[in-house]
Design a protein around this ligand. Structure first.
Ligand SMILES: [Mg+2]
Length: 403
């Protein structure tokens, strides 16, 4: 798959139509994209109990979906990252409707990648002036996912195949949320055939070991166990004690310290670590990914398609990660379009050892929409055109909040 690159001159992924997929150098250009409407849909549901995280206490699950319709009435779905702060979907929804929808409607685009490049360009000064790289990148990413869904539906191809993937089956791992009761959640994941699980911890080395030891005993030596510290470990304590995690035989340790910690601290931590280090979900500019790839510390890169890049930025980035010999394991957390889009991106990436993060926590704003579940550790995207999932709008109504 590595030879299937479809990078345009700007480095963004170009769609592959049914007409040009197999037939060499005389592609029939896809019809231009003309966008009629952009509709943000914010979803929120209460958690059974408030959950403390290293970032903030959370009482709800949230997701911001975006439905985009073109002039032919074809509907595409995307998702905009909005997990923190929990009220962030209001602002992002207004960015969608008041800044980016008019820019999409005022002209046509030859491809989703052209739209992504245009939206990125016209919002650059706003991004700098507002200091809002994250919300703006997330809104553009969500639109890009929806535009790719439209383009693939119109091409009659599953998105993974339009982007050059060889198979729509991707490996997944069970990702536990801090709201989960760990042991029963892991038991359920193992019973479903998942053989890789990610746990969460914070505090000291004793806290980390207390989380991992019983699960290693439960799951056995053949189960891949990862640990996510969500940037919360004191760097000096991590440097002094990370070696004690060797007994856990972790497949990776995720964000032990903040992603913006000095490069030399990350390097020393990677040298001391008895396992690969992972990060990337909190990178929201191309420069951050460039630095991560230039530095050796992160062996596992975890960009989130709903935070930066969509497919247009995400496909070239995923291929760079694989070409650099790093492991590409896309981060997902909130809603169904983000999970499904990340699976398509992994399938298109050419990664030999990537795994998709698949939340096994109770998440009503995601679970009712997914329409698919992993079997034997694999998620099969099938051959339906586009992202390949149907949205039951009535099912959304129960969780929709006004924005
Ligand atoms: Mg994480």
């Amino acid at each position: 798959m590595a030879g299937n690159g479809h990078s345009g001159a700007d480095g963004a992924a170009q769609p592959r139509t049914q007409a040009n997929r197999e037939d060499g150098p005389s592609p029939r250009a896809a019809a231009p994209l003309r966008i009629r409407s952009v509709e943000p849909i914010a979803l929120e549901a209460p958690l059974p109990r408030a959950v403390a995280t290293p970032i903030t206490a959370i009482r709800t699950v949230v997701a911001l979906l975006v439905a985009v319709r073109d002039d032919d009435g074809v509907e595409g779905w995307g998702e905009v990252w909005c997990n923190f702060p929990r009220f962030g979907f209001h602002h992002r929804a207004r960015l969608l409707t008041e800044v980016f929808a008019p820019a999409l409607r005022e002209r046509s685009f030859a491809s989703p990648a052209e739209a992504w490049a245009h939206l990125t360009s016209i919002s650059n000064v706003l991004r700098l002036q507002s200091g809002e790289s994250g919300p703006i990148a997330a809104v553009i990413a969500g639109l890009d996912i929806a535009l790719h869904d439209i383009a693939a539906k119109k091409a009659g191809l599953p998105l993974w195949r339009m982007l050059g993937g060889a198979s729509g089956r991707v490996p997944v791992y069970a990702s536990l949320a801090r709201s989960d009761d760990v042991r029963p959640a892991v038991e359920r994941a193992l019973a479903r055939g998942l053989r890789a699980v990610k746990l969460r911890s914070s505090g000291s080395i004793a806290d980390h070991l207390a989380v991992v030891r019983p699960i290693r005993a439960l799951a056995g030596a053949s189960c891949a166990i990862m640990l996510d510290v969500n940037s919360s470990w004191n760097a000096d304590a991590a440097l002094a004690t990370i070696g004690q995690l060797a007994e856990a035989r972790l497949a990776w340790l995720e964000e032990p310290i903040p992603v913006d910690a000095p490069a030399d601290v990350w390097r020393r931590l990677a040298d001391a670590a008895p396992m690969p280090l992972a990060g990337g979900e909190n990178m929201v500019t191309p420069q951050m990914f460039d630095r991560a790839l230039a530095e050796p510390a992160l062996a596992v890169l975890q960009p989130d398609i709903t935070k930066w890049g969509g497919f247009s930025g995400g496909v070239p980035l995923a291929r760079r990660i694989a070409a650099a010999g790093r492991r590409y394991c896309p981060h997902t957390f909130a809603g169904a379009p983000g999970v499904i889009a990340s699976a398509h991106l992994l399938a298109a990436s050419g990664s030999a050892d990537g795994m998709l993060e698949f939340g096994v926590n109770h998440n009503p704003v995601r679970d009712g929409l997914l329409g698919c579940a992993p079997e034997d550790g694999m998620l099969d995207l099938g051959d339906a055109p586009g992202l390949g999932f149907d949205v039951d709008r009535r099912a959304l109504e129960r969780f929709t909040v006004p924005v």
